[in-house]
Ligand binder design. Sequence first.
Ligand code: ASP
Length: 408
Amino acid sequence: MKNKRKLSLPAWIFIGMFAGILAGLCFLGNPEFTKEWIKPIGTIYINLLKFLVVPVVLFSIADGVISLKDLKRVGSVGLKTFVYYMCTTALAVIIGLILATAFKGLFPPLDSVSLGELTYEAKESPSVMQVIVNIFPDNLFKPMVNADMLPVIVISILLGAGVLAAGEKGKKIGDAINCMNEVVMKIMMMIIKITPLGVFCLMTNVVAENGPKIVGTLALVIAVAYLGYLLHVVLIYGASVKFLSGMSPLKFAKGIAPAFICAFTTTSSNATLPLNIECCNKMGAEPEISSFVLPLGATINMDGTAIYQAVATVFIAACYGIDLTLSKMAMVVLTATLASVGTAGVSGAGMIMLAMVLTSIGVPVEGIAIIAGVDKIFDMGRTALNITGDATCALWISKLEHKKSARV
Ligand code: ASP
């Protein structure tokens, strides 16, 4: 008998994820197969999402700026967004530090022999000032070609601001940007439709590759990080959604679920951006706000990454028998917040930026090798958290703007 009721996309994404876990368990002993045959299909899905990131960010932020209609409003929305992002990220680091310190006794110092064998080729992690300087592009096309999102954001904000400042003469360009945004969104919808398949393939491979490694101490550190993620969701996002946006947290959880799962499996905030915009708009965010706040958040707001960096720092320091003083912890709050701003919304970027945090407090960067093997598991949770934080901000700012226009 044919079942006439069609399942929704979120339902299919759920099914894809669970089927992927089951399939991954079946392939536990044979990750070669999944690597060769199943992962590439997931990679095609991620590639398609990635190729769309620059046009989505470029046109949606520029369009968002233009639709805010006056430069003053752009400034006020931008400032509120930035302050919200920085505060929630700093809170995330603090939650991570408190939790990791509470469980520190269970992280055993590793014997120096095995530490001596560690080799992690730290990719060069930029200094704090370098991160700030790199935000500003010295070329129009370079950041787009390299998918370097912070400068792309600056370009799109300036493009939108330029159109507004040009008044009547900028109107045609504004309309063109609006049309391009519409076209890009349509392409995005096509790609989103294959999310369940992408999620299935990626999940299968992750479980098949990492399943047996989730044991012992690493499992504990992973558990601490995930506890931090959970606390942050419940305490910070729960409060933000309920008290700032006036929405039931349950309704929010339901609305954000598709994007959450997409982030969990793709481990890329950028790749999840299209779906996140879609979910937020469905939950009642103003499209012009979400198209400004979310792309910005996908690049600069990384609460999950911040928690991970705090937990990983305490853990690696413990492995080397280094105790973190209060002043070092304060340094971690500062550098991890900045590192998460500089972290690109792509898979694994948070681990590279971890080097910046470790260096700032004198913990050997080679320690990253201890957790590098299971970084994917940290990354899944932290990315899901990263995009959820962006969504809470989009809902809050939308509510504020709503109230403002109602008053007017
Ligand atoms: N994968 C994360 C993201 O895209 C970044 C990270 O590695 O922490 O949000």
